[in-house]
Design a protein around this ligand. Structure first.
Ligand SMILES: [Mg+2]
Length: 215
């Protein structure tokens, strides 16, 4: 099998879960909902769970139900010093540098956040581009439509020749449904499923799929 394209999720995929960044972004989302929309702190967790479940992101729910301006929201929730959470990852850079496939970031976050994260990790130059929430027109993973848009942006590669890596089980299930070779970054030791592979860290990719590096 000759693979042409690899789609990488960003948050909790290209850096390890548990470094506090995702929690800090979540805290900013809560604050936005309290300070900018006027919700009570008690209502926020259930609403976020509901929006995330129904629409893939909190933002989509806020757009639909509270007419939130997406750029104001994205700027607010990502207003963090990323250097507190992330550091350069030369091992990851080296791993990516030897890949021959077109590598894309495929994220529900926005371009600015994604490029800042890539910059700090020291891997910006390894990607063809960033497919972010704006490029997806706010149709987010795990919606199947978002995968179709990502494939279109990446030049319509055959799905069987694509690899998709993400830390969300729901997103991986959609990837499988779309026919992508999907790999879960298993951060919670979810039981093994037959329909997709999994690894605990992005750095395990060469062990799981050495064929990606084959000449
Ligand atoms: Mg993620």
């Amino acid at each position: 099998m000759h693979y042409s394209t690899i789609f990488f999720d960003l948050d909790d995929t290209l850096y390890p879960h548990g470094n506090g960044l995702w929690d800090a972004i979540g805290e900013r989302m809560n604050l936005f909902m309290i300070e900018k929309i006027g919700l009570t702190a008690m209502d926020v967790p259930a609403l976020r769970t509901q929006y995330f479940r129904d629409y893939g992101t909190t933002l989509r729910g806020l757009q639909l139900h509270h007419s939130v301006d997406s750029q104001e929201y994205l700027d607010y929730v990502h207003d963090l010093d990323l250097g507190e959470f992330l550091e350069p990852n030369p091992l990851l850079d080296e791993m990516l540098s030897d890949l021959k496939q077109d590598c894309w970031i495929f994220t529900n976050a926005d371009h600015k956040h994604a490029s800042n994260v890539l910059e700090i990790l020291g891997i910006s130059s390894r990607f063809q581009g960033i497919i972010d929430v704006t490029a997806l027109d706010f149709v987010c993973k795990p919606e199947l439509e978002s995968f179709q848009r990502a494939l279109d942006i990446a030049g319509c590669p055959e799905t069987s020749r694509c690899v998709f890596i993400d830390d969300s089980v729901e997103n991986i299930q959609s990837g499988v449904e779309m026919g992508l070779n999907s790999i879960l970054i298993n951060k919670q030791n979810t039981p093994h499923k037959e329909e997709y592979r999994q690894m605990s860290s992005i750095l395990d990719l060469p062990l799981l799929m050495p064929e990606l590096w084959a000449a």
